[in-house]
Design a protein around this ligand. Structure first.
Ligand code: AMP
Length: 171
């Protein structure tokens, strides 16, 4: 299935100079959504846990985890998770952020697959990898709906990366 046709580019959102990749049309098409989740689930079969960042990582990570009957672990922005947390600071394509997981939610020795919508600079995923590694979790692979070319994320992330869509600059 040609998933690219469900991705819209919105120029200068949320800030001038950013070409925002809008996934709304893909989510609004049940067949494209079902195809996306099934493709991701095929690539995540060997995971002990599925990990996804707030907020769009939840949209794909949770249904993949449910399909595979695996645990889903939330990575959220600072202050959103109750109880004790482990956190990591990171830089975005636009702005900075702090990500957290709940202390004790993952176990040492577990093998994780991380799922998100967009891979741009790789900063978000790099922070999540650090966070999980600090808890003794091994990263099997990263799965993203789309990878944006021109950010060299693959050089930054020493990890197996599977992307369902590749998007060239200006596309
Ligand atoms: P990065 O850390 O630079 O790889 O950015 C990845 C995160 O930021 C993802 O969780 C995306 O949701 C979001 N993101 C970054 N760049 C874009 C973009 N051009 N369009 C839509 N979302 C983006």
């Amino acid at each position: 299935m040609e998933l690219k046709k469900y991705i819209r580019t919105i120029k200068d959102f949320p800030e001038k100079g950013i070409e925002f990749k809008d996934i709304s049309l893909l989510l609004a098409n049940g067949i494209a959504l079902n195809y996306t989740i099934n493709e991701m689930a095929l690539l995540a079969k060997d995971a002990d846990i599925i990990v996804g960042p707030d907020a769009r990582g939840f949209l794909f990570g949770t249904p993949v985890a449910a399909t595979l009957k695996k645990p889903f672990i939330m990575v959220r922005k600072q202050g959103k998770l109750p109880g004790e947390v482990v956190s990591c600071d990171y830089g975005l394509e636009y702005g900075r952020n702090v990500l957290e997981i709940q202390k004790g939610i993952v176990q040492k020795g577990q093998k994780a697959v991380i799922i998100d919508d967009v891979l741009a600079t790789g900063g978000t995923l790099e922070a999540i990898i650090k966070l999980l590694n600090s808890q003794g979790v091994e990263i099997l692979r990263i799965i993203v709906l789309m990878e944006l070319e021109g950010f060299n994320a693959r050089e930054r992330l020493d990890c197996d990366i599977k992307s369902l869509i590749y998007i060239n600059k200006g596309e």
